[in-house]
Design a protein around this ligand. Structure first.
Ligand code: B16
Ligand code: MG
Length: 216
């Protein structure tokens, strides 16, 4: 099947914002009186903000929090996260990401972002990558989180391309599941142990070429 579009997850594929999410979640955990480890943080990758908070509260053994207090905690975390990402610079783009996006553009292959983050626009602007995406679907535009395919189906729709003509790039298992559920081929960014259901797994976008894309 010819590839007409590539859809990209943001955190872990284009940029490593997980370290900033971690810093902001750990601050919240400390204020609540417990420590939140890097291993715990792995559980938050690709997960929405409120679902991440539920995991954090479970790790801290905190139950019975009202919806209003949950909202306040999520807002506090997001305020710290936004202040961290507002200082990001283009040198934080992960190796190979910009070159691959440019080679797709040169080859006439359309591009879209498919991210759970409500802060995706801020991040792309800070990285100066916004012009390299033909469509942006983020956490402000979708109702259902990955592994639901909504975010990628919306991306394909925005580009006017059929799901079977799309290839998704994802670092999270839930994202690979979302691509498969949407009838798309997918490339895992990371370890084959975790992303084994992808059509191809590479360590990063610097390992991606148009030839490898065409072979999928
Ligand atoms: P926000 P992705 C996801 O981004 C992150 O991996 C995840 O850790 C985060 O909780 C989620 O975005 C929501 O982010 O709080 O900024 O709306 O991997 O889907 O690009
Ligand atoms: Mg991700």
């Amino acid at each position: 099947m010819e590839t007409k579009a590539c859809l990209f997850d943001l955190d872990g594929v284009i940029v490593d914002t997980a370290k900033y999410h971690y810093q902001a979640w750990r601050s919240l955990a400390r204020r609540l009186g417990f420590d939140f480890s890097p291993a715990h943080n792995e559980r938050l990758k690709g997960v929405s903000r409120m679902a991440s908070l539920d995991i954090l509260l479970e790790v801290g053994g905190i139950s019975g929090v009202s919806d209003a207090d949950k909202q306040r905690m999520a807002d506090e975390k997001n305020a710290e996260y936004v202040s961290l990402i507002s200082r990001m610079t283009p040198d934080e783009v992960l190796p190979g990401a910009e070159d691959f996006l440019r080679s797709l553009r040169a080859a006439g292959i359309r591009t879209a972002l498919g991210s759970a983050s409500k802060n995706a626009m801020t991040i792309l602007d800070r990285l100066q990558l916004t012009p390299l995406f033909d469509a942006i679907v983020d956490g402000t535009k979708v109702a259902k989180a990955k592994p639901d395919p909504e975010v990628f189906l919306r991306g394909a729709e925005a580009l006017g391309v059929a799901p079977a003509e799309c290839v998704v790039f994802e670092d999270a298992e839930a994202g690979i599941e979302a691509a498969i559920a949407g009838g798309m081929r997918c490339v895992g960014i990371g370890s084959p142990d975790i992303l084994g259901r992808a059509n191809l797994v590479v360590p990063g976008l610097s390992a991606m070429t148009l030839d490898r894309l065409r072979a999928l």
